[in-house]
Each structure stands twice: as structure tokens, then as C-alpha cells.
Design a protein around this ligand. Sequence first.
Ligand code: UD1
Length: 366
Amino acid sequence: MSRKHFHLIAAARPNFMKVAPLYHAFLKESGWATPVLVHTGQHYDYSMSAAFFADLGLPDPNVNLEIGSGSHAEQTGGVMIAYERYCRDNPPDWVIVVGDVNSTMACSLVAKKLNLPLAHLEAGLRSRDRTMPEEINRLVTDAIADLLWTPSEDADDNLRAEGVAPERIVRVGNIMIDSYELMRAKIEAVDVPGELGLAGSYGIVTLHRPSNVDNRAALAELTALLIAISRKATLVFAVHPRTAARLKEFGLDREMAAAPGLRLIEPMGYVRFMSLVRRARFAITDSGGIQEETTYLDIPCLTLRDTTERPITVSQGSNRLIKPAQLAAAVDEVLGGRWAHGKRPALWDGHTADRVIANLRQVCRV
Ligand code: UD1
């Protein structure tokens, strides 16, 4: 039997963590499967991209389409044109996309227009907020994928409600937990809180959603809240490039930098960032991945969003959706020891990539 080639589409920071366990699981498959790492170049700064490849033990990608930043149409269109060209020269047996970024949708469209089989890992998540670009990416990708690998029961329910044939839906669990388990020894071996001189308890902060950072009034309100909270609890804020640009543009960067309890840091690689997360007393975030990682680690997560596509982190885990006006009181609840413990959802166990490979063996009849 000739070897089958699987394109693994990596693109942006959250996707590198999802692709890595899959890539490593493919390497263990001798004889029949070759993973081909396709980086679209959506994220390109060292701290947003190469640092993750190095941390997660990924080799240089087989190809980097070097699309970079742009409007949604520019980014999506650019990825489509470049990826179609690459596919024509290097046709795969399967295209595997992960997550919900612009490159996920762009490569899915290309794959299906070329009649290539398409699988989506982390399928079925829905925030039901169609003003989020990621929600559009999820809906489009899931509507056309042949195989939908889901992390949780709510995702299966969403897909069935949208009319996806049940035989295309396969519950495999949460791939982000595979990344954590894969890297756990390294994560536990570094002491980033110590390096930063964080003596007592601290909260970790990340914000990058357009709804929180692209509007001056919203970002100014959040800035003021974080500064106030930092008088009670040290906050470590890992600033995404989008957010850094907006803070500067809106003239909010100096106030933030001047707050003694607020530590502003650059985005860091996966291992070092997780070293900070695992020892945090709480997280304040609008990220999807951090809602999951904190649920796994049973760390209170205060999510500054109206909706979540990961409701299981709220119903079972340690996550709660928080409006800005509730943030200070929620932090008090955490500091007062009144935040309820969560539990780990089923199949969030570090073996998701193995289940994906088992499913592919079945589908490819090997
Ligand atoms: C993207 C994803 C989002 C994911 C997030 C995590 C989409 C629609 N959004 O959002 O789902 O949660 O990544 O990081 O795909 N920039 C840099 N350096 C980089 C990358 C980006 O400076 O390496 C700047 C860009 O110039 C741009 C901004 O950050 O101004 C946004 O980048 P973009 O990839 O468009 O979206 P994210 O907000 O990162």
C-alpha cells in the first residue's frame, strides 16, 4: 500500500498546540501515514509562531505560505490562493484542519473545491454569536467537512441539530489536553513565576478579542478594572500584539505600565506560558484555549465574554462568563476561597490524538 499523505494545517498560535500532538501521533504510525505540516503564516512573530514550534517539538513546516496579517478577506483569500497552488503541486490524501481561525476555513474551502477529503478537529463548538469571526469559520468548516472530530457531547448535539449525518461525527476528546500532557514534564521543570519574582499569588490575564480590545471605551473600562484589581492581587498580563497595538493607539499603555501590581509581559511560548498558568490563583481571559486549560487544572477562570463555544467549561469546569461590571466581585470570590471547584470533562485525558489516528485507520482501512 502506498503511504497516505495528511496535510496538517497550522496557522496561528492556538492551532500549533492542536497540531503538535497529532503530528507526534502520526510519526508513531510506521508504514502508512506521512504528516505534512502546512503553515499558512497567519501568525508570524517569533513569540506567536516559531516559539511554539520549538516548544512543541515540531520541525520546520514542510511549507510556509507566509500570508501574514490583513483584513479577513485579505487573509482568507490569500490563504486560499496560496494553499490551492500548494495542493495542486502536492496533492494530499486528506486535509486536516483544527480550531476556528481564518486559515482553518480558508484551507477547508480549498480542500473541498479540489474534492479532497477533509477532517476537522475540534468540530461542533458554537458560541451562537455570529459577530465573532471564529463562529463563521466554525460554521463554514463544519458544513463542508467529511469527518468531524468533536471534544464534547454539546458539540455532537450542535452538529446533529445542524443536520450533519451522525456517521460523520466522532467524539475524540479535547486535543489541547494532549498538548499539556505531552509537555507536562517540561512545563513542571521551568519556574517562570520565580523568574518573574512573583512571590505570592497572582492572576494571569490575556485579552485579544475584537469585542474587548478594538473599541476604545471597552478597552479603557477593562484597563481601569485591571488596574483597580491589581491593587488587591498581582496581575500578569501577557499582551497579544493586537492588544498591544490598541493600547498604544488609544493612549492606554502608559497608565497600564505605571500600575505597580500589573506586570505586562510579551506573549511567550507554550511551555513558559503554561508554567505561569498552572501556578496562577485565577485567570482573566477572553481566549478559548485558556478556558479549557484552566478547567483541566481546576483554576478559577473569569471569562470576559457574553458567550462561550465551550459551555462544558462552565457546566463542569471552573470557568464562568463575567461581565466587566462583575469582574472585581468575582476576583474577591476567588481570593476569599468561595469559587466552586470543577471537574474534568470526559475524554479530556491526553489520548485524543490516539483516538483520531484510530479513526483514520478505520476510515482509510489500514
Ligand atoms: C487569531 C484568531 C483567533 C485566535 C487568535 C489567537 C482568526 C479570525 N482569529 O486572532 O481565533 O484566538 O488568533 O492568537 O483567525 N499580529 C502580529 N504578529 C503575529 C500575529 C498577529 O503582530 O504574529 C497582529 C496583526 O498584525 C494583527 C493582529 O495581531 O493586527 C491580529 O492578528 P490576526 O491573526 O488577524 O488575529 P488574532 O487577533 O491574532
